[in-house]
Write a protein that binds this ligand. Structure first.
Ligand code: NAD
Ligand code: WQD
Length: 334
């Protein structure tokens, strides 16, 4: 199939391009490089020995039309957007513009050009402060940030379009906590500024960019008092996209699917695995809980396991080893 990948130069997008190309799909990338580098696309080409047609285009802009005029796509995998929860509370309009208006523009283009399959990067953040774990797809949707609201709004647009157009397929993939990097060490997460997420921060502590990891809260009702999350290796996640595309592209339905590992690890368990398996020091200090954090969050993934014939294969060990390989091979990022 010929696939348009929006945000294909980004962290999850670049890993998904590798898996798509290795599964013999053709890939066209659209990215404005606001949070990525064209080098990521070059590295994907080098890794797979295949070509990608890449456009520097913002999905909110009229130039997106030209991309649809030049190619007849079988499906779109839509990663492009902004993703920092904290920033979204300070700059909500940017989030509504890039995530909601950008998606609306994309859906309009798809409709105009008869492209009938969309795989969308949603997030576990749509569940907000879920009271019951594991979280399944029927859990209450109550996003706690403008970022989360944008994800839910795009889901709703897709649901409504799917109801209106019988042959439209919309698959909402709700990711839990993507981490790790490709085993080649050639592509990985490349955060700009001080990272908000745990694994990139641990890596930067291990290389000495920061003196210590601040662990947000050690008074949760968990195995060691620190927050528990469902970490999923980005390569497993990328393969989930290919499986979703291949299994559901003619389903003509709106489907929501959790993509996680179904297991929870505490902050200290992750730190411990990272320092032991990579033989590095990761000093930690405990600080008060971070506002908005939940105690425990992990996914029920039975629906994705069954519908996609997919399950995660990579362990916490793979996640921390691959993160460190990427970091040490690319100390300045791309
Ligand atoms: P990322 O920032 O690495 O990738 C997003 C890409 O989209 C970047 O290359 C960026 O330059 C591009 N982009 C942003 N706005 C654009 C626009 N208006 N037009 C064109 N390109 C644009 O982020 P990621 O971690 O790869 O996340 C991909 C998607 O998955 C995002 O939609 C994100 O919200 C979602 N998601 C991410 C996580 C996570 O923890 N990484 C979790 C759940 C959901
Ligand atoms: C993980 C754990 C922190 C940093 C976020 C978004 C979510 C999704 C994934 C996009 C928590 C603890 C972290 C640090 C710490 N993204 N931590 N010190 O908050 O589960 O999810 O990313 O959709 O929407 O909210 O991920 O990596 O920030 O935190 O102690 O310096 O690590 O408290 O327990 P989170 P995270």
């Amino acid at each position: 199939m010929k696939i348009l990948v929006t945000g294909g130069a980004g962290y999850i997008g670049s890993h998904t391009c590798v898996e798509l190309l290795e599964s013999q799909h053709d890939v066209v990338v659209v990215d404005n490089f606001s949070n990525s580098s064209p080098k990521a696309v070059e590295r994907v080409e080098a890794l797979t020995n295949k070509k990608i047609t890449c456009y520097e285009v913002d999905i909110c802009d009229v130039e997106l039309a030209q991309v649809f005029e030049e190619h007849q796509f079988d499906a779109v995998i839509h990663f492009a957007g902004l993703k920092a929860v904290g920033e979204s509370t300070k700059e909500p309009l940017s989030y509504y513009q890039h995530n909601v208006q950008g998606s609306l523009n994309l859906l309009r283009m798809m409709k105009k050009h008869g492209v009938k399959t969309l795989i969308f990067s949603s997030s576990a953040t749509v569940y907000g402060q879920a009271k019951i774990v594991p979280i399944d797809e029927t859990s209450q949707l109550q996003p706690q940030s403008p970022y989360g609201q944008t994800k839910l709004m795009v889901e709703q647009m897709c649901k409504d379009l799917s109801a209106a157009q019988d042959d439209f397929t919309a698959v909402m993939l709700r990711y839990f906590n993507p981490v790790g990097a490709h085993q080649s060490g050639m592509i990985g997460e490349n955060p700009t500024g001080i990272p908000n997420n745990l694994l990139p921060f641990i890596s930067q502590v291990a290389v000495g960019t920061h003196p210590e990891l601040r662990v947000f809260g050690n008074d949760y009702n968990t195995v060691d008092g620190t927050g528990v999350r469902d970490y999923i290796h980005v390569v497993d996640l990328a393969q989930g996209h290919v499986k979703a595309l291949e299994a559901l592209h003619q389903s003509n339905q709106f489907t929501t699917l959790n993509l996680g590992s179904g297991k929870g690890y505490s902050v200290l368990e992750v730190v411990d695995a990272f320092s032991k398996l990579n033989d590095v020091k990761v000093p930690t200090i405990f600080v008060p809980r971070r506002q908005g954090d939940v105690e425990i969050c992990y996914a029920a993934c039975d629906k994705a396991n069954q519908l996609l014939d997919w399950e995660t294969k990579l362990s916490l060990s793979d996640m921390v080893i691959d993160t460190w390989r990427w970091q040490t091979n690319n100390p300045q990022g791309y």
